[in-house]
Ligand binder design. Structure first.
Ligand code: TGC
Ligand code: FAD
Length: 387
C-alpha cells in the first residue's frame, strides 16, 4: 500500500511546487529502496552503503550547499528531504546530515577556495564521504573542554587526541576534526590514510544500528598545513555547523514520528480484539489524536523555522527549541506507537521499535534535551545555567 503522510493542517499548500516535487521524489525512493531493506541492515548492524550512489544521483548529499555542483536548495526543501529520509531510518538521515551539514557545510563556510574545489564536488557525487569529530570521551556536552591538540611543526600540524561517537567515520575519506591550536579551537581536514590517524568502529549499539559510529584516534597524526580551515577560529566554528544540522534533525524526527503514526493507525484498523478493530476503542483513539497533534505541531514549527532560515533570521535558540521539542515528542510518539502494536511492536516485522531505539540517540546527539533546555533557559532569563 502506498504511504500516505499525515498533513492535518494542509501544510502542503504552504509549500512551493518545487518543494512538493522534491519531497515526493524522496518519499517514493524511500518507500521503494529503503523500507524493504532497512530492517535487515538494522539487525545486522550495517549501514546500507549500496544506497549512497542513488542518494547522490537524487542530489541529496549536498542538497543545502550553494555552488560547486551542489543543488543549493532552500532550508524547507532540504528539511523535507531529511524528513523523508528519517521516515526510512534515522541512520540514513544521520548519514545525510553529517555529509551535508557537518562535513560539506564547514568546508563551504570556512574552507579555502582550494579545499572547496577539492572536496565539495566529490562529496556531492558520493565519491568522498565526510565526518565531523567534535565529541571526545571526556567532553560531550562541553566541547569547549576538548583535549585534542594541534601543534605546528614545519609545514605540518601534528594532532593528538581521541574523538568518540563519530557518525560515518569508518567510511569517511575526510574528517573535519576540531582541535585546540595554541588554546583556540580550530578545524582541520584530516584525510583517510594520514599517518597516525585511524578510525575504529563502535559495536554493540542498541540504537542507530544501521549507521556507522566510530572512534577517531590521532597519535601524532601529520596533517599538511593546507588542511587547516582558515575561515574560523573558536568554538563558534563547530557550533555554527551544529546550528545547520540541528534544524535538519527537527525535520528528520518528524519523519520518524510520521512513520510510527502510519504504522500504528494501519495496525489499529486491522487488529481485532473483543470483536472490534482496536482503533475503535477510545483509549487507542486518544493515543492517535495525541500523536497526530504533536506531529502537526512539529511540522508547523519546522516550516516556520525553515522559512526564517531562508530569510537569514533564524537564531540558534530557535533551532534549539525546534530540535528539543521535535526529538522529545518523536520519541514519545515512537514509544506510544510501539505500545499500540502490542507484542508485534517489538519485532523487526514492524518499524516502531527500530524508530524508538534510534530516537534515543537522536534526542542525545547534537545537544541533549537538557542542553537545549539550558540554551532556552539562558535565552529566557539571560542567566547561564550551564556552570
Ligand atoms: P558559548 O560560550 O556559549 O559559545 C562559544 C561561542 O560559540 C557561539 N555559539 C554559537 N554559534 C553558532 N551556533 C550556535 N548554536 C552557537 N552556540 C554558541 C557563541 O556565541 C560564542 O561565540 P564567541 O564569538 O563569543 O566566541 O560556549 P559554551 O562552552 O558555554 O558551550 C555552550 C553549549 C553547551 C551550548 C555548547 O557547547 C553545546 O551546544 N553543547 C552540546 C554539544 C553538542 O551539541 N555536540 C554535538 C556533537 S556533533 C553530533 O552530535 C553529531 S550527530 C550527527 C548525526 O549522526 O546526525
Ligand atoms: P554527557 O555530556 O556526559 O551528558 C550526560 C548527561 O548529563 C546528559 O543527560 C546531559 O544532558 C547531562 N548534562 C551534561 N551537562 C549538563 C549540565 N550542564 N546541566 C544539566 N545536565 C547536564 N559527536 C560528534 O562530534 N560527531 C558525531 O558525528 C556524533 N555522532 C553521534 C552518533 C551517536 C549514535 C551518538 C549516540 C552520539 C554522537 N555524537 C557525535 C556525540 C553526541 O553529540 C554526544 O553524545 C552528546 O553531545 C552528549 O555528550 P555525552 O554523550 O558525552 O553526554
Amino acid at each position: 500500500m502506498a504511504y500516505e503522510a499525515p498533513d492535518f493542517f494542509d501544510i502542503d499548500s504552504l509549500l512551493t511546487e518545487d518543494e512538493r516535487m522534491i519531497r515526493d521524489a524522496v518519499r517514493s525512493w524511500v518507500s521503494e529502496r529503503v523500507v524493504p531493506i532497512i530492517a535487515d541492515h538494522y539487525m545486522a548492524g550495517t549501514f546500507p552503503d549500496e544506497l549512497i550512489p542513488e542518494m547522490a544521483e537524487l542530489g541529496l548529499l549536498g542538497a543545502g550547499i550553494e555552488g560547486y555542483g551542489c543543488a543549493g536548495l532552500g532550508a524547507v526543501a532540504y528539511g523535507l528531504i531529511l524528513q523523508e529520509l528519517e521516515r526510512g531510518d534515522s541512520g540514513l538521515r544521520s548519514f545525510a546530515s553529517v555529509q551535508g551539514s557537518l562535513a560539506m557545510w564547514p568546508i563551504r563556510a570556512f574552507g579555502s577556495e582550494e579545499q572547496k574545489q577539492h572536496w565539495l564536488p566529490r562529496m556531492n557525487s558520493g565519491e568522498a564521504i565526510g565526518c565531523f569529530g567534535l565529541t571526545e570521551p571526556d567532553h560531550g556536552s562541553d566541547p569547549g573542554g576538548m583535549e585534542t591538540k594541534a601543534v605546528k611543526k614545519g609545514d605540518k600540524y601534528i594532532l593528538n587526541g581521541t574523538k568518540m561517537w563519530i557518525t560515518n567515520a569508518s567510511m569517511a575519506h575526510v574528517a573535519v576534526v576540531w582541535a585546540k591550536l595554541e588554546g583556540r579551537v580550530r578545524g582541520f581536514l584530516v584525510e583517510k590514510g594520514t599517518p597516525g590517524f585511524s578510525a575504529q568502529q563502535m559495536k554493540n549499539k542498541y540504537s542507530l544500528r544501521a549507521s556507522d559510529t566510530s572512534e577517531l584516534i590521532m597519535q601524532d597524526a601529520e596533517v599538511p598545513e593546507g588542511n587547516l580551515l582558515p575561515g574560523v577560529d573558536g568554538l563558534k566554528g563547530p557550533l555554527n555547523c551544529l546550528s545547520q544540522a540541528r534544524s535538519g534533525i527537527a525535520w528528520g524526527v518528524a519523519g520518524a514520528a510520521m512513520a510510527c503514526f502510519d504504522e500504528a493507525l494501519q495496525y489499529g484498523l486491522t487488529r481485532r480484539q473483543f470483536g472490534k478493530p482496536i482503533a475503535q476503542f477510545q483509549l487507542q483513539q486518544a493515543k492517535l489524536a495525541e500523536t497526530l497533534t504533536e506531529i502537526t505541531k512539529m511540522q508547523l514549527m519546522n516550516l516556520r523555522l525553515g522559512r526564517m532560515k531562508e530569510e537569514g533570521r533564524a537564531t540558534p535558540q530557535q533551532v534549539s527549541m525546534a530540535k528539543r521539542n521535535a526529538c522529545f515528542h518523536a520519541l514519545e510518539i515512537a514509544r506510544r506507537c510501539r505500545d499500540m502494536l502490542g507484542a508485534n511492536g517489538i519485532t523487526s516485522e514492524y518499524q516502531v521499535m527500530r524508530h524508538m531505539c534510534n530516537l534515543e540517540s537522536v534526542k542525545t546527539y547534537e545537544g541533549t534535551h537538557d542542553i537545549h533546555t539550558l540554551i532556552l533557559g539562558h535565552a529566557i532569563t539571560g542567566l547561564d545555567g550551564f556552570r
